[in-house]
Design a protein around this ligand. Structure first.
Ligand code: FAD
Length: 467
C-alpha cells in the first residue's frame, strides 16, 4: 500500500478524464475515500490532505455542512436551533468562530462556519457533491471497492478502488421510532422531531412532546409559547442544566472543574450543588426525581424549560402507556387528547453500505470500534464523528481525524510497526471514555467525556508516533 498525494483531487483531475466510466473498479487505489462532507468529513479531508494523502470525498447532498445544512432533506435542525455547546467548546481548534458571534450561535451561523472552513482550507477540489456511496467492499489487498451513484437515483453505479475508507456519514439523521400500543389507530398527527422545522407547526394545537433530550426540551419550550396545550413526556427524571452558570456558558464552568482534575465524586457533588442553587428542586413542578447522578446521562442544557414549567405552560407527564383513536394514556393513568404528537426520541446510526461485521456491529446494532473510530477487523477502515460528547464535538472530530491520518501514515511508512501496533490494540473495543457510569441506552452508545476522550486520543497519537 502506498498513498500518493500527487493523485489528490477528484477522479479525473489527474489526467484520466472520466475514470469512473470504466466497468471494472477504477484505480484510485492510492487514495483515501471519505464518505460525507459534514463537520466530521470536512475535517477528515482537511487533515488527511495535510498528511499528504490523496483524498476523494463523496457527499450525497449538493453542499457541505451535513446536519447543519437546513436545506438538506435529512437535516435535523429546526428554525430556532442554536448550538447547545458554547462557541469555544464547539469550534475546530485551528479555525475559531468569529469573536462577534454570540456564545451560542444560530444554526445558520454554524453552517456559515463550516462553509468558511471548507473554503479556507481549499477542500472544494476533493469533494464530489450529489454522489452517494452505496457499497463499500473489502478487497484482497486490504483496500476497498467503493460503489458510488448519483444521489436521488441520478446516474448509474460506478466502482472505484481505494487504499482506505473513512466513514463520516453522521448519526443524527435516521429516526429512532418507538412503538406504542394503539399508535397506528391514533387519528391525530404523529411526527418525529426530524420533521419538526418551524414553530408554526405548533400554533393553536394541543401538542404532546415525547422525549426529554435537548431537542425534546427545545420543542416543548416552543410549544409552551405557540400551542394551546403542551404536555411533555419523559421516561425518567433528568438533570436540567441552565445554559449559563455564574454568568458563563455552563460547559465552560464544567470544563474549569475538569481542569482541576478533581475526583468524579467531588465533581458530581459540586455540579449537584450548583444545580440545586441555580435550578432548584424540579419535583415540585411534577417532574420525577433523577434516578441517576449527574454525568451519568447526556447533559441537557435548557434555561427556559423550568421557566415555562413554572408558568404552567408545560405540563410534565410520564412515559406513554398506549394510544387510542383520539387520546394518549400515560403510565400514571392520566389521559390527554393531543392533536399533534412529536416523538423526540433520537436517532440511530446507519451504515447500509457496509456489511455489519466490518464495523463489528453487535446484536443491538451498535458498532463496537476501537476508540469509537477504528474497525477491529479492517485496519484501513475508520469511522469519524461517531461520538456523543458532553460538549461540542468539532474539536474532538479534528483530533480524531489527526489520529486517523497518523495511523494511515504509519501503515504507509512503517507497515511492520503498524502491524505490530494493530495486533496489540485491535481488540480494545470495549473501552469507556467516561469516568461516570453512563446509562445503558442507545442514546449513550457513543457518550464520551471530552476530556477522557481527548486524553485517550493523545495517548494513542504518542504511541503511534513512537511505534
Ligand atoms: C438538534 C441538534 C443539535 C445539535 N447541537 C449540537 C451542538 O450544540 N454542538 C455540537 O457539537 N453538536 C451538536 N449536534 C450534533 C451534530 O450532529 C454535530 O455537530 C455534527 O453536525 C455531526 O457531523 P457529522 O459530520 O458527523 O454528521 P452529519 O453532519 O450528519 O454529516 C454527514 C454527511 O454525510 C452525508 N452522507 C451520509 N450518507 C452518505 C452516503 N452514503 N454517501 C455520501 N454521503 C453521505 C450526509 O449527506 C451528510 O452531509 C446537534 C445535533 C442535533 C440533531
Amino acid at each position: 500500500m502506498s498513498y500518493d498525494s500527487r493523485r489528490a483531487g477528484p477522479a479525473g483531475s489527474d489526467g484520466d478524464a472520466y475514470p469512473w466510466r470504466a466497468a471494472a473498479p477504477t484505480e484510485r487505489a492510492h487514495n483515501v475515500c471519505v464518505i460525507g462532507a459534514g463537520a466530521a468529513g470536512l475535517t477528515a479531508v482537511k487533515n488527511l490532505r495535510e498528511y499528504g494523502f490523496g483524498v476523494d470525498c463523496y457527499e450525497r447532498e449538493t453542499g457541505v455542512g451535513g446536519a447543519w445544512n437546513w436545506r438538506h432533506d435529512r437535516s435535523p435542525v429546526y428554525a430556532s436551533t442554536h448550538l447547545i455547546s458554547s462557541k469555544p467548546f464547539t469550534q475546530f481548534p485551528d479555525f475559531p468562530m468569529p469573536d462577534s458571534w454570540p456564545d451560542y450561535p444560530h444554526h445558520t451561523q454554524v453552517l456559515a462556519y463550516l462553509e468558511r472552513y471548507f473554503d479556507h482550507f481549499g477542500l472544494r477540489d476533493h469533494i464530489w457533491f450529489g454522489t452517494e456511496v452505496t457499497q463499500v467492499s473489502p478487497t484482497q489487498d486490504g483496500g476497498f471497492d467503493v460503489t458510488i451513484s448519483g444521489a436521488r437515483g441520478g446516474g448509474s453505479d460506478r466502482t472505484q478502488r481505494y487504499a482506505a475508507v473513512v466513514v463520516a456519514n453522521g448519526h443524527n439523521w435516521s429516526p429512532k421510532l418507538p412503538s406504542y400500543e394503539g399508535m397506528t389507530d391514533f387519528q391525530g398527527e404523529i411526527i418525529h422531531s426530524s420533521q419538526y422545522k418551524d414553530a408554526a407547526q405548533l400554533r393553536g394545537k394541543r401538542v404532546l412532546v415525547v422525549g426529554a433530550g435537548n431537542t425534546g426540551c427545545d420543542i416543548a419550550v416552543e410549544a409552551a409559547q405557540q400551542a394551546t396545550r403542551c404536555w411533555h413526556s419523559s421516561r425518567r427524571g433528568y438533570w436540567y442544566a441552565p445554559k449559563y452558570v455564574y454568568g458563563r456558558p455552563a460547559d465552560q464552568i464544567n470544563d474549569l472543574v475538569y481542569a482541576l482534575r478533581l475526583p468524579l465524586r467531588l465533581r458530581q457533588f459540586l455540579f449537584h450543588r450548583t444545580l440545586k442553587r441555580t435550578v432548584g428542586d424540579l419535583t415540585r413542578f411534577g417532574l420525577p426525581e433523577p434516578d441517576h447522578k449527574v454525568y451519568e446521562t447526556h447533559p441537557i442544557a435548557n434555561s427556559q424549560l423550568v421557566y415555562y414549567l413554572g408558568h404552567g405552560s408545560i405540563t410534565p407527564v410520564p412515559d406513554v402507556a398506549r394510544f387510542t383513536r383520539d387520546s394518549v394514556e400515560f403510565t400514571d393513568g392520566r389521559v390527554v387528547q393531543p392533536e399533534l404528537v412529536i416523538l423526540s426520541t433520537g436517532y440511530l446510526p446507519r451504515f447500509e453500505f457496509l456489511a455489519p461485521e466490518l464495523l463489528n456491529v453487535d446484536a443491538e446494532g451498535r458498532p463496537r470500534l476501537n476508540l469509537h473510530t477504528f474497525s477491529p477487523t479492517h485496519p484501513s477502515l475508520a469511522v469519524a464523528g461517531l461520538l456523543q460528547p458532553d460538549g461540542g464535538v468539532f474539536s474532538l472530530m479534528h483530533w480524531q481525524a489527526v489520529m486517523i491520518a497518523t495511523w494511515l501514515q504509519l501503515r504507509d511508512q512503517a507497515p511492520d510497526k503498524a502491524d505490530r501496533y494493530w495486533r496489540r490494540h485491535r481488540g480494545e473495543t470495549g473501552l469507556r471514555f467516561n469516568k461516570a457510569k453512563v446509562k445503558q441506552s442507545t442514546r449513550h452508545w457513543f457518550e464520551v467525556s471530552h476530556v477522557e476522550y481527548l486524553r485517550a486520543v493523545d495517548k494513542t497519537l504518542r504511541e503511534m508516533e513512537a511505534a
